[in-house]
Design a protein around this ligand. Sequence first.
Ligand SMILES: [Zn+2]
Length: 401
Amino acid sequence: MSSQTLLLPEQVFDGTELHKGWVVSVDENRITYAGPLNGLKNAGSYTKKELKGMTLMPGIIEGHSHLLLHPYNETEWNDQVLVESPAERAIRGAVHAKKSLMAGVTSMRDLGSEGAGYTDVYLKKTIDDGIIPGPRTLMAGPAIVATGAYGPKGFHDGVKVPLGAVPVSGRDNAIKEVRTQLGQGANLIKIYADYRWGKGEPSQPTFLQEEITAMVEAATTAGRYVVAHASTPAGMRRAIMGGVETIEHGDGGTAEIFGLMKENGVALCPTLAAGDAIEQYKGWKKGTEPDPERVAKKKKSFQMALQSGVNIVFGGDVGVFTHGENYRELELMVAYGMKPIKALRSATSLNAKILHFDELGMIQKGYLADIIAVQGNPVENISQMKYVRYVMKDGVVYKDN
Ligand SMILES: [Zn+2]
């Protein structure tokens, strides 16, 4: 008698294409078969699990999260950094990790603890040790900013406040901080290549080219990679030339900049859902009022990015909005012009490759058993991603309803 499980959904999205009538078998934490039922030997000996009316697919890989943040309409970012202790934020983070997993997010790249030091690394440990349920994670740790460029700010110079990331200046200082963060357990390095220097001002570049180049060299020497927050053409250009692997946000990207990204193998993580949420927090009545300027511009730049052929990472900046509502980014990717199947590839096979989640993102023999099933067919209607009914991570079932 086989101890293997045979999953019987309506159809399978394997990370690239949709297959009607496929079945999937799992042994411990590995996928052992994915294909038509008649291609499987001894099918009768398996423990069967019917997933009627559902689409089975790889677990979602969230590309840009902040498990240690919660929606800004509950508490402004400044107050989360200044008022909430790292202990409180860790406890909130544990709740967020479970919500994410239940929403089908089995892997997640978390891009900065935003003032909570290495709490993200400690949260990862409790998930990996099986203390709390949550996704596989790659954690950025505290992240790195140019001196004076990040918040919270607006205090007189005698007031010491915790910052949302660690400030550095100069090549040596920047290299040292990269090594410190990697040594403390960060899986990758996040830098801010541009930011607003004053309240209400437009973003300007922060690091010099040589600082970015040095940080990337220090990280890649250690076998890790760097991602950059950037939304101005100048900041994006420096990040690309410096050798980062992904650019986060990219709102002000031009056709030339997206072309440069493609040429250099840099992917774009557009975080559409963050801007969409923030504008609603500011009072935008979505659906009844016209798009605010920020949203209208973002739609245009996203469409330009699609046309350029640059790789698009699925990542919503979740934490700015409610954890577990990761599907909002997928809905917006489609609403802004991407084909649903391409958005789903971004969230699975493409993210696995770009974010360095090995042996994940595909329903294929030999891959790790991170499998979800959603009601209906998300390739026809992306909003079905709201209805995740079944979640398996590393061969263990966390949700079945
Ligand atoms: Zn972010």
